[in-house]
Design a protein around this ligand. Structure first.
Ligand code: NDP
Ligand code: DXP
Ligand code: MN
Length: 382
């Protein structure tokens, strides 16, 4: 029985993680979890899984829930609560499905507590991949990818030597606006942007897919997870999201992982690795029904955010922190109707351009730059 702590239980990845746990009651048990503000999900997860520890974002919500808890369940809140969930002593695996760089400190503490980390929260790796991977090495902790592309690469790597890799090919669906010109992007709405062609996901990552920042973040995530330089990480437009990513080896052989788009597959693989379990209700891949798969090389003028991410990754130091914080801030502003879609990339470009780079940042420097960038980006818009 694997004991699991889940950060971000009320989100898209969180809900699917609960489904995986629910499907295998003899393999997994949920011992601790967090939500942000969604108390309805918190209540139903408490009733169903009877975990020992729950955390919510705000003190007021913790007070509300505290009067409803069954005996044996403790409630906490805020960053302290997230860290308590991430380091809960009974937990062996921590699924990090929280949104944004708020996931960084709990992840570092979970690594120090020697938990295996199943990581969906790509912003944590983008903002401080060097710290996360160094801590994981120091404490001999496995960081298992949940992001579909990185899980695909991880699966394709099984039984292979990393030294034989020529390059990684990360596939990109193109997002909601893949068939629109840049001129058409000037007037797109939040509602348009939230219509991803292949995946049902949280709002922020869906906007990132539309701007291609999601792929940019994934390039940086791959750099850290697989310890490869940026010139060995390519992106390929693949409309159907059936090939989740590929590895090309020096001998020209290519290993890919395929499947219908279903995040429960990579979530479950991270929880069962190196074993596998059946997954009820998963739609089987029938290539004979699909017929054709489509591929196109990336246009860096059309998708400017992808270029920003390669640039930030190559510069290193605090630049990926600035890229991520500026993007989180700008996407939130877009979702609130405060800026237009194309202003997201303008804000990121300006935040990076104005930043005074710091090399080899420690955790407190990362947290400071993250905070400063968010404030700075908000001041860009009169
Ligand atoms: N969705 C997907 O298919 C994929 C997602 N990912 C990555 O996984 C992560 C989660 O994505 P997704 O599930 O889509 O996001 P959602 O927005 O659906 O869920 C985010 C979760 O984080 C919680 N949360 C947000 N802010 C805070 C905070 N300040 N303190 C505590 N909890 C907080 C939310 O709580 P609440 O809602 O209760 O407020 C919710 O549980 C992201 O990093 C994303 O890039 C990667 C690959 C695929
Ligand atoms: C499901 C998943 O892993 C997402 O990150 C997905 O990759 C988004 O699709 P895009 O390829 O459109 O970014
Ligand atoms: Mn992905």
């Amino acid at each position: 029985m694997k004991k699991i702590s889940l950060m971000g239980a009320s989100g898209s990845i969180g809900i699917q993680t609960l489904d995986v746990i629910r499907q295998h009651p003899h393999a997994f048990s949920l011992v601790a979890f967090s939500v942000g503000k969604n108390l309805d999900v918190a209540r139903s997860v408490i009733m169903e899984f009877k975990p020992a520890l729950v955390s919510v974002q705000n003190k007021e919500d913790a007070l509300i829930l505290s009067s409803e808890l069954p005996t044996g369940t403790k409630i906490m809140f805020g960053l302290e609560g997230l860290i308590a969930v991430a380091t809960y002593d009974q937990a062996e695996v921590v699924v990090n499905a929280v949104l944004g760089s708020i996931g960084l400190e709990p992840t570092m503490k979970a690594i120090e507590a020697k938990k295996t980390i199943a990581i969906a929260n790509k912003e944590t790796l983008v903002t401080a991949g060097h710290l996360v991977m160094e801590a994981a090495r120091k404490h001999a902790v496995n960081i298992l990818p949940v992001d579909s592309e990185h899980s695909a690469i991880f699966q394709a790597l099984q039984g292979e030597y990393k030294k034989n890799i020529e390059r990684l090919v990360i596939t990109a669906s193109g997002g909601s606006f893949r068939d629109r010109t840049r001129a058409e992007l000037k007037t797109v709405t939040v509602e348009d942007a939230l219509k991803h062609p292949n995946w049902s996901m949280g709002a922020k990552i869906t906007i990132d897919s539309a701007s291609m920042m999601n792929k940019g973040l994934e390039v940086i995530e791959a750099h850290w997870l697989f310890a490869l330089p940026y010139d060995q990480i390519d992106v390929l437009l693949h409309r159907e999201s059936i090939i989740h990513s590929m590895i090309e080896f020096h001998d020209s052989s290519v290993m890919a992982q395929l499947g219908t788009p279903d995040m429960r597959v990579p979530i479950q693989y991270a929880l069962t690795y190196p074993d596998r379990l059946p997954l009820k209700d998963a739609t089987r891949l029938r290539l004979e029904d699909i017929g054709k798969l489509h591929f196109q090389s990336m246009d860096f003028d059309r998708f400017r955010c992808l270029g920003f991410a390669y640039e930030a990754g190559r510069i290193g130091g605090t630049m990926p922190t600035v890229l991520n914080a500026a993007n989180e801030s700008a996407v939130a502003a877009f979702l609130q109707g405060k800026i237009s879609f194309l202003e997201i990339e303008d804000m990121i470009e300006r935040a990076m351009h104005e930043h005074q780079l710091i090399q080899n940042p420690d955790l407190s420097t990362i947290l400071e730059v993250d905070k400063e960038t968010r404030h700075r980006v908000l001041s860009f818009k009169p």
